[in-house]
Write a protein that binds this ligand. Sequence first.
Ligand code: NAP
Length: 429
Amino acid sequence: MTSTVLNFQAETHLPTEFGTFRFRIYKNHLAQEVVAMISPLLDQDSAVPVRLHSACFTAEVMGSLKCDCKQQLDFALAHIAQHTGIVIYLPQEGRGIGLSNKIKAYALQESGSNTIEANSLLGLPVDDRSYEDAIAILQELGVQKIKLITNNPDKLTALRTAGFSVESRIPVPTVSNAHSVGYLETKREQMGHLLTDADLYHADQTQHPSNERPYVHLNFAMDARGRMHQADGQACDLSCESDWKRVHELRERYAAVVVGARTWTLDQPQLTARASRLGRRPQRQPDRVIFAGRTPCRVVPDARRSFVVGVAESPRTNCIRIKASNRELESPLNALYQQGVTSMLVEGGLTLLQSFIRQNMVDQMTIYVRTQSADAAQAMLSDQFPGLPTETMQASPLGQGVLLSYLPEHRYQTEAQTARSVASAAGAV
Ligand SMILES: NC(=O)c1ccc[n+]([C@@H]2O[C@H](COP(=O)([O-])OP(=O)(O)OC[C@H]3O[C@@H](n4cnc5c(N)ncnc54)[C@H](OP(=O)(O)O)[C@@H]3O)[C@@H](O)[C@H]2O)c1
């Protein structure tokens, strides 16, 4: 067992949105403050749910989407509020390298390095964390048997090596987004983190405020003149390799990919995630949904589920038909949701996109504009879709253009709620 010096400072009861906890604070040998959040009831005779959580200022305070730290902290607090346990909050920002170094590493990642390569380029360790303080706190609290809330095998090893009986692991479900999926892949592939395909590649159907329809992500592209297609209906020079990779990663994560009848007929799109774009085998394929209205759509059968929403009879009957007599979206979206389509990527064309925007059925939007200027991209988007909050959209350079992203506020407001319901559903393993 460890002999780390840790000085107890104070304890109070802290009411939080997850529940009321004992908030116990210590100082370590570097005079850093270490916190233990402890559920009011704790049964030391049974295995105690424990999370060793390293601070993440960028996600937990600033709402960064580049990692899953806040999701993990929220899950752990919600879990111990429901099932008893301890969350130990350790001052080890950026896997122990500190905030400045973490931001330097993020800057390198903008030029293509992954999290491991970026730390190495800076001459820093990939993981510089220590669990000695946490071990000392658990000993002081009289904990011997543990159910560890983690996806990180190093933490299991650290506690077992310190002499605790780690009886089981409580996996932390996380939800990737376009900004975090690469980081989560590196954690799984190169750091051995125990993440499932569902964590990495499935969109979160719990992010939207209602459970009556799928989570809706609109994604489309515009050329340097703000056009989405040419006058003759042909696609113009819209995208580039980097953007195609991003789009195919999205297709892999969503339950379904959606297009309007004219796009289906004119472009004959496959609506698949393809190895040639991803640079690896796709993990899964989305269902396809065609909003057909009055237009008959021919759907060639394949292994995937296909839905046609509209009034016209389809010449092929193998697809699932959802009746919709006008352009109202609420009832067909509800019907799709009942069929298990919990999330969807709507790719166009213009008429269908406008329909989703006007009926306020959008949870997330990404628009690739093939221009180097973020201002020009925002201006062209405003012209095409008057009323969109283009000035609040995040603009990031991507390949030969700019990616504009929009996440409405409700997504952040429901995060704690989501963590609570996920924790309650997961229970102890
Ligand atoms: N730039 C991009 O990212 C991108 C992406 C995809 C497609 N495109 C281009 O877009 C062009 C097609 O766009 P488009 O605007 O002509 O057609 P569209 O949006 O692909 O399809 C419109 C059709 O969908 C049917 N529909 C059914 N339910 C609807 C609803 N709730 N709201 C709206 N429409 C509904 C309508 O049928 P009813 O008239 O019977 O109601 C309408 O005819 C193609 O040239 C394609 O290449 C560009």
